[in-house]
Design a protein around this ligand. Structure first.
Ligand code: ZN
Length: 108
């Protein structure tokens, strides 16, 4: 069974050398986290614990410039960075989808 939560973070970024995205600008990134586990006890994981786990991964970047953390903060690279952070705390197989504004996302 799958269980999911969504949170968001507001970040600045620019993509060095990119014709359109090379100038600093911002996005509200929506992040969906979906875990997979067995429903043995009526609950795979408490929603508030899952949400806290996601917030813990996002908070270091919220209202910051992503270029301070990664050289090329494309949505693909942001997705991989957040996955590594989540793996430190989350012990379920999971899917992570990162939305860069409306209609654009990467998933891992
Ligand atoms: Zn952008």
């Amino acid at each position: 069974m799958k269980l999911g939560v969504a949170e968001s973070m507001d970040c600045a970024h620019f993509l060095p050398g990119h014709p359109k995205c090379g100038t600093i600008h911002g996005h509200t990134y929506k992040i969906e986290l979906i875990i997979e586990g067995k429903n043995n006890t009526g609950m795979i994981m408490d929603f508030s614990d899952l949400r806290q786990c996601l917030r813990q991964a996002l908070d270091p970047y919220d209202h910051k410039s992503l270029n301070d953390f990664i050289d090329y903060p494309s949505v693909e690279n942001i997705c991989e960075m957040l996955k590594s952070r989540l793996e430190e705390h989350l012990h379920f197989p999971f899917t992570l989808r990162v939305w860069e504004g409306e209609g654009k996302w990467a998933e891992i």
